[in-house]
Design a protein around this ligand. Structure first.
Ligand SMILES: NC(=O)c1ccc[n+]([C@@H]2O[C@H](COP(=O)([O-])OP(=O)(O)OC[C@H]3O[C@@H](n4cnc5c(N)ncnc54)[C@H](OP(=O)(O)O)[C@@H]3O)[C@@H](O)[C@H]2O)c1
Length: 236
């Protein structure tokens, strides 16, 4: 199914995976609505023509409700937003950060879906983002493991509840984005190099690899309830 002229909302489009996806879809003629806390006309211009930017903090329920009221029609709704949180084991777990992660990755998206359902095309789809840590146990990643696990579980239930609207999730492994530091920074270069050396495929995914997976799930009208791992075999 072509995405040309389809109205696609991407929540988390200002950087990393969401930005790469927004740019890719815009290039192919989609009408992208790019959403994040820092979405302005400069971002819209960087993504491409026909792109509209909307500033929204997923932690702010009034802003979430305000956004819902502005939208008259959507074909696809994509969530890539997440707070950047450091590793914490249980003895130092900051429950405020856990709550924020759930608000941004799980609760606000569900509120948005609830509110936007009347304007979401029946032939369209919803696409979440989880992450490798849902099924790869690594000490110090409790918050992310729980949040990502919740998304993967709700994907399947929501796919049954909302059919024929399709509901899918992309689960990225380590992907080279600003989450690991500014582009070219020593910390990021060293981390990516180290990850590369221990990886099965001798390289680390970039946002483009991820965008290709999102696009597949948006286009393929026979896929729902799926979690697509793009992790270079890190789960093996
Ligand atoms: N990169 C990886 O290695 C990796 C691995 C596993 C899973 N993931 C998942 O993949 C997704 C994308 O990751 P990424 O690396 O592209 O992250 P990123 O570069 O940090 O992008 C996150 C996006 O979310 C937006 N955002 C954050 N908090 C928000 C809020 N409260 N309200 C609205 N927008 C908010 C950010 O924009 P503003 O700052 O402008 O709001 C940004 O556009 C995330 O869900 C992440 O957990 C990534």
């Amino acid at each position: 199914m072509s995405l040309t002229n389809k109205k696609i909302v991407i929540i988390g489009a200002s950087s990393g995976i969401g930005f790469a996806l927004a740019k890719q879809l815009s290039t192919q003629g989609a009408d992208v609505i790019a959403v994040s806390r820092h979405a302005d006309s400069a971002l819209a211009k960087k993504i491409g023509k026909k792109t509209v930017a909307y500033t929204l903090d997923l932690n702010n329920k009034d802003q979430v409700n305000g956004f819902i009221k502005q939208i008259l029609h959507i074909d696809h709704l994509v969530f890539t937003a997440a707070p950047r949180i450091a590793s914490q084991q249980l003895d130092a777990l900051d429950f405020k950060l856990v709550a924020e992660l759930f608000e941004v990755k799980v609760f606000s998206p569900l509120r948005l879906i609830q509110g936007l359902l009347p304007v979401l095309s029946k032939s369209g789809s919803i696409l979440f983002t989880s992450g490798l840590l849902s099924r790869k146990a690594i000490a110090g990643t409790l918050a992310k493991a729980m949040g990502n696990g919740a998304i993967e579980s709700l994907t399947k239930t929501l796919a049954k509840e909302l059919a024929p609207i399709r509901v899918n999730t992309v689960s990225p492994g380590i992907t080279d984005t600003d989450v690991y530091g500014k582009e070219g920074s020593k910390a990021r270069v060293e981390f990516i190099e180290k990850t590369k050396r221990s990886s099965l495929l001798n390289h680390v995914a970039n946002p483009q690899h991820l965008a290709d997976g999102y696009q597949y799930l948006l286009e393929n009208s026979a896929v729902t309830g799926t979690v697509l791992d793009i992790e270079g075999g890190a789960l093996l």
